[in-house]
Design a protein around this ligand. Sequence first.
Ligand code: IPD
Ligand code: CA
Ligand code: CA
Length: 266
Amino acid sequence: MHPTLNITVKAARKAGDIILRYHNQIDLLTIENKAIHDFVSEVDKAAEGAIIDELKYAFPNHSILGEENGEILSNNRFQWIIDPLDGTTNYLHGFPQYAVSIALYENNEPTHAVVYDPFKEELFTASKGEGAYLNEQRIRTTHTNGFENTLIGTGFPFKTPQYLDAYLNMFKAIHPKVAGIRRAGSAALDLAYLAAGRLDGFWEIELNIWDIAAGVLLVKEAGGFVGDFSGRDKYLKTGNVVAGNDQVFKAILKTIHPHLTADLQR
Ligand code: IPD
Ligand code: CA
Ligand code: CA
């Protein structure tokens, strides 16, 4: 394992320990509402603090963007992007689908990624050009014949209700063509599952950069494709993400295209 990835894993495991320490005592947590349907607890903050301490110690000159702390230092070359707890709503309900997500970008290109599910002890890792792994076993995206018999991940636009109609139109178009659609509640894990061949495709509207920064490298290194709703590469900016194996990536893009409103074509 690349030494930088090793440090990333160490940071993710420290955050995972904090998350697990409280997962049976959720009633004791103070929960704040950051925005509509957007919650944060002291676990999110403590987990992010532990990751930042680890990264700052190892890489004092790197820039760090954390969901809860914003940007620390400005370094155009090396940028860490952290979601200390992706799936907070699941976590706060004891629904065991959440993860730590950490990525390093070098000159705006993802170079190392970790998505860690502490509850299931599943560690998804990737380094650019080195493939993607689950608990150190190589993982790859699936091969399918178009949409036939596929399982697709997604997320509902519960923080952006203005997109609900467009989303439901996309959903209605995809639903009859596939074997199933899952909304599990952690975009980072959705992308990791796609990399591991547990899902064949994924789409979601307006995610944040920290939800997807690590997952997109996992998907690419597992042989999959990631794009915005036009199939191009502005997904980190717009947060509109389509991902899949080569066939499903194309099939989702084609199927949602007639339902894109002007602002979703950005
Ligand atoms: C959320 C999860 C969820 C997605 C939301 C994200 P959070 O992240 O990734 O799957 O649908 O849009 O905000 O808030 O739990 O870190
Ligand atoms: Ca998130
Ligand atoms: Ca989060």
